[in-house]
Design a binder for this molecule. Structure first.
Ligand code: SF4
Length: 221
């Protein structure tokens, strides 16, 4: 059981130690693509900032979708969902996945379980598939793959415009994608284990919008 071997990380806020390995939220992969140093400021230094308007809006839309889903949802165990989906398509929201092996965990916004494939959807504001958002959804795919017994069904990663049905990007979670995300997870673990340094972004436009800029030694006005 994962929980029996889980404890908070002593230095990194929000991280855990699960089965003696650092385990962090998959959403941090998105933040890594924006600026690694902001992860250091927020979770290692413990700096707190007020949520941005985008964060508040995201939370609001998320709640609305969740409420709508609950009105029609039929509760089922993970095993029941996996079995049923071999015959018919089903949908789940906020599916919790944890991978002690890869040291990540998180909630998948939405997943379609079909007889042929699993489609893992992450909701995002806007319609641009950034490197960081792709990495985040690949992180969910890898954790999901590590959770299930391989029954031959493929996994597809998808990004959807928040609050709409618009899937604006999708790709199969193939070997190349898996290699890409495993490489990034290795880097993340090297950062948390102190083997690599958190790098600041070189993009001044990111700094100009950053909620940590007043705390950051790399920020230039
Ligand atoms: S101000 Fe710039 S370098 Fe500093 S944390 Fe924010 S984005 Fe990163």
């Amino acid at each position: 059981m994962v929980d029996e071997n889980s404890k908070p990380h002593p230095q990194i806020k929000g991280a855990k130690i699960i089965n003696e390995k650092v385990n962090f939220p998959i959403s941090w992969l998105n933040q890594q693509g924006y600026c690694e140093y902001s992860i250091f400021l927020e979770y290692v230094e413990g700096i707190q900032t007020a949520p941005t308007p985008e964060m508040k809006k995201g939370h609001e839309v998320h709640q609305q979708l969740e409420e709508k889903f609950k009105e029609e949802a039929v509760p089922a165990t993970f095993k029941e969902m996996m079995d049923l989906s071999q015959k018919e398509e089903i949908l789940s929201r906020e599916l919790w996945v944890v991978s002690p092996k890869y040291g990540v965990r998180g909630f998948i916004d939405e997943i379609w379980l079909t007889p042929d494939e699993f489609v893992i959807i992450d909701d995002k504001p806007g319609t641009v598939a950034y490197y960081s958002t792709i990495n985040q959804v690949f992180g969910y795919c890898l954790a999901f793959k590590d959770t299930i017994e391989n029954d031959g069904r493929k996994i597809r990663a998808a990004l959807r415009e928040r609050g709409t049905d618009n899937i604006f990007w999708s790709t199969e979670f193939d070997q190349k994608a898996e290699k890409q995300i495993k490489k990034l997870l290795k880097r993340m673990h090297d950062l948390f284990n102190g083997e690599k340094s958190f790098l600041p972004t070189k993009n001044p436009r990111k700094c100009a919008k950053c909620r940590f800029r007043s705390y950051c030694e790399y920020y230039n006005e």
